[in-house]
Design a protein around this ligand. Structure first.
Ligand SMILES: NC(=O)c1ccc[n+]([C@@H]2O[C@H](COP(=O)([O-])OP(=O)(O)OC[C@H]3O[C@@H](n4cnc5c(N)ncnc54)[C@H](O)[C@@H]3O)[C@@H](O)[C@H]2O)c1
Length: 271
């Protein structure tokens, strides 16, 4: 999926350096965004969750001529300290951050939200999917003396109920609120914080949701454009928000979902 498009090349990110967090494989949304930013001249440091992912991520990173890869587990303060120290030591400062990370247990992503959300599952989903963005925003802002831009990834399940999305919908609602508060706090430093709400896309994360494939089908069939959300649209929105094109845009949740989020009732069958 991620490789059936060629990101448009240009200079929109020329001279800009930043961090992309959340590449797990070639289908990851973070990877599509990274390809687009690189094609527009960005220099990127990639963080990845742990050693087991390194083998999969390294060839991707090298394929776009980059080599900065740093392990970072967002649940581990020592790992986060080491990652941001390494980036600071390498570049001194950065211009952008892409946070494309979320997690909830499989048992939570099915059936009833009320019945299946445990205290530990809730804590973990909120820690990895929400607190990590707040933590990264703080750490990244400390190395953005000239201002910059940050994005995180969210989904319609924050605003409306979606079967099986459950505690992740609760976490995404919190992430969207965190985006607005971070935008408020960091705006005076010239740092723009925004979120992209993508339609369902075939990634590892989607595979963890019971009925995830049907979410894609519905997203396509009920959407205004009658098509799947495409990586090029998500990556293009990221480029807009992270480059000077997105000047004056802050605290926004920008939907890239073929218009699915505005549909109240899907097309009715002919009488
Ligand atoms: N796929 C979709 O349909 C869709 C739609 C809207 C939003 N999103 C969001 O996009 C983002 C990226 O997901 P994706 O669909 O590309 O799936 P993905 O599985 O490729 O990416 C999720 C990433 O989170 C990382 N991660 C999980 N726990 C971590 C931890 N403790 N420390 C560091 N990294 C950790 C994983 O390593 C992985 O790289 C997520 O926030 C997801 O909720 C996905």
């Amino acid at each position: 999926m991620a490789d059936d498009w060629t990101p448009p090349a240009g200079d929109l990110m020329k001279g800009k350096r930043g961090i992309v967090m959340g590449v797990a494989n070639q289908n990851s949304i973070a990877w599509g965004i990274a390809r687009q930013l690189a094609a527009q001249g960005a220099e990127i440091a990639f963080t990845y969750q742990g050693d087991s992912l390194e083998r999969r991520v390294r060839p991707l990173v090298e394929s776009i001529g980059m080599d900065t890869m740093i392990p970072a587990d967002v649940t581990d303060d020592a790992s986060m300290d080491a990652a941001f120290d390494a980036i600071k030591a390498k570049w001194g400062k950065i211009d952008f951050l892409v946070h494309s990370i979320a997690f909830a247990g499989k048992d939570e992503l099915q059936g009833s939200m009320v019945a299946n959300t445990t205290r530990e599952g809730f804590r973990r989903a909120m820690d990895i999917s929400v607190y990590s963005f707040i933590d990264c925003a703080r750490r990244a802002s400390e190395i953005m003396p000239d201002g910059g831009a940050m994005i995180c990834m969210t989904y319609l399940g924050a605003e409306r109920t979606v079967p099986s999305y459950n505690v992740m919908g609760v976490a995404k609602a919190a992430l969207e609120a965190a985006t607005r508060y971070a935008a408020r706090d960091l705006g005076p430093q010239g740092i723009r914080v925004n979120a992209i709400s993508a339609g369902a896309m075939r990634t590892l994360s989607l595979a963890g949701i019971r009925g995830g494939k049907s979410l894609m089908g519905t997203g396509r069939d009920w959407s205004l454009l009658k098509e799947d959300t495409r990586m090029e649209g998500v990556a293009g929105a990221a480029l807009y928000l992270l480059s000077e094109l997105g000047h004056s845009v802050a605290g926004e949740v920008h939907h890239v979902d073929a218009g699915f989020h505005v549909v109240g009732v899907p097309d009715l069958p002919e009488d």
